[in-house]
Design a binder for this molecule. Structure first.
Ligand code: FAQ
Length: 343
């Protein structure tokens, strides 16, 4: 058995393909000390641009950070399906309904890829799902806001997907093999979502006055969550330094936010839409965007369970877990035969 220093209580150690065993933090709070020689070798591999694979030795903290980040990402995809998902039945027209349905299915598929990537580090999927529905794990702030009109779905598909792509294309060049490969696949699909979202925004922005008003209102509602999406400013980010040293994160939160502004503010202005931030402008001296500092207190409240839709989102997931339980049980009893004809 390979000891990783982490494990789960209530979960029998399961032999994962990564061979990792994950345990709750030790109760006495003892820090796990990595072998300094192995740590040095590991860091040299990272610096040399090698990929770390599940069976490789890795520091306790690297494994823990990856599980945290990939798991949160997986939860974000599965919860992220909900704001747009509620619009499938109300999408304007059959073609848009089909396209939206396909996008939402893709997002759920991304969650599957990411849960699998996190499982390679030793945390069982059932435990991750349980941590989500009991409110122990976080997921992206943006999905705790409501999609009030059809235009909100257009803004989500364009700008949230754009933000996700900026983050994930960069991180797909990172150090942990299974996560990077999942991200590459995800980004290909997200690029298509972005085009779908852009098409919807352009349609509304060049439509009737009512349609323009709808999309402007949606942008006004989503701007604040979008600015929060890239994470707290570098000054107060907790994990960036460690994650960048180990090439899990390939750019800081502020750099990702700047890249998003660089790429999308001109496109938004081009459509004649306005951005609800009077301070937003490119600073010619620094070459960076100036903007109103996002409200990080609100951000903290939202990611810790007190946003407009947190309770609703988790209730939906809990219900899905309950309703799907018989299917999961049936799948585990593959040797059983039907004794009652199906039809
Ligand atoms: N939301 O120290 P940092 C998508 C937490 S996928 C919630 O800066 P880090 C696709 C953070 O976890 C969207 N929590 O953290 C889609 C930490 O809390 P902890 C998800 C956030 O990890 C589109 C604390 O704040 N993408 O949208 C957020 O270095 C449309 C301190 O923060 C990913 O997950 C946030 N926005 O950087 C689906 C990508 N930001 O754990 C459907 C992978 C920070 O200590 C429809 N993740 N926190 O309790 C990452 O790149 C990083 O984890 C960051 C945060 C950049 C999100």
């Amino acid at each position: 058995m390979r000891f990783t220093g982490i494990s789960y209580k209530k979960t029998k150690p399961i032999k994962m393909y990564g061979g990792g065993y994950i345990f709750e933090e030790s109760k006495n709070g003892a820090q796990v000390q990595d072998d300094p020689v192995r740590l040095e070798e590991f860091e040299a591999r990272i610096q040399g641009g090698e990929k770390i694979e599940p069976m490789d030795w890795m520091p306790y903290e690297y494994r823990k950070q990856l599980i945290r980040m990939i798991e949160q990402h997986a939860h974000s995809e599965i919860i992220g399906a909900l704001p747009e998902g509620t619009w499938i039945t109300r999408a304007p027209g059959f073609r848009r309904k089909l396209a939206l349905m396909a996008k939402v299915q893709d997002e759920v598929g991304h969650a599957q890829l990411l849960y699998s990537a996190a499982e390679t580090l030793g945390k069982p999927r059932e435990v991750m799902i349980n941590d989500l529905i009991t409110g122990k794990s976080k997921y992206s702030n943006v999905f705790n806001y409501p999609a009030v009109t059809w235009a909100d779905t257009a803004v989500i598909a364009w700008l949230i997907d754009a933000g996700a792509i900026i983050n994930q294309v960069a991180n797909s060049k990172g150090s942990y093999g299974p996560y990077c490969r999942a991200l590459e696949r995800i980004c290909m699909e997200e690029s298509f979502h972005l085009k779908y979202g852009h098409d919807n925004v352009v349609f509304l922005a060049t439509g009737t006055p009512k349609q323009r008003e709808m999309v402007q209102d949606a942008l006004n509602r989503w701007w604040k969550p979008i600015m929060h999406f890239f994470g707290p400013s570098d000054k107060i980010s907790v994990h960036t330094e460690t994650l960048m040293r180990w090439k899990v994160k390939m750019a800081s939160n502020d750099d990702m936010r700047q890249k998003f502004l660089d790429m999308y503010v001109p496109k938004i202005w081009e459509l004649g839409l306005t951005i609800p931030d009077p301070l937003l402008k490119k600073n010619e001296d620094t070459g960076k965007w100036d903007y109103t500092e996002p409200d990080w207190e609100e951000f903290k409240r939202v990611i810790n369970g007190d946003g407009p839709c947190n309770k609703e989102r988790l209730a939906v997931r809990r219900r899905a877990e309950e309703k799907g339980e018989w299917v999961r049980k049936a799948l585990m009893r593959n040797a059983e035969e039907y004794t009652v004809p199906l039809s």
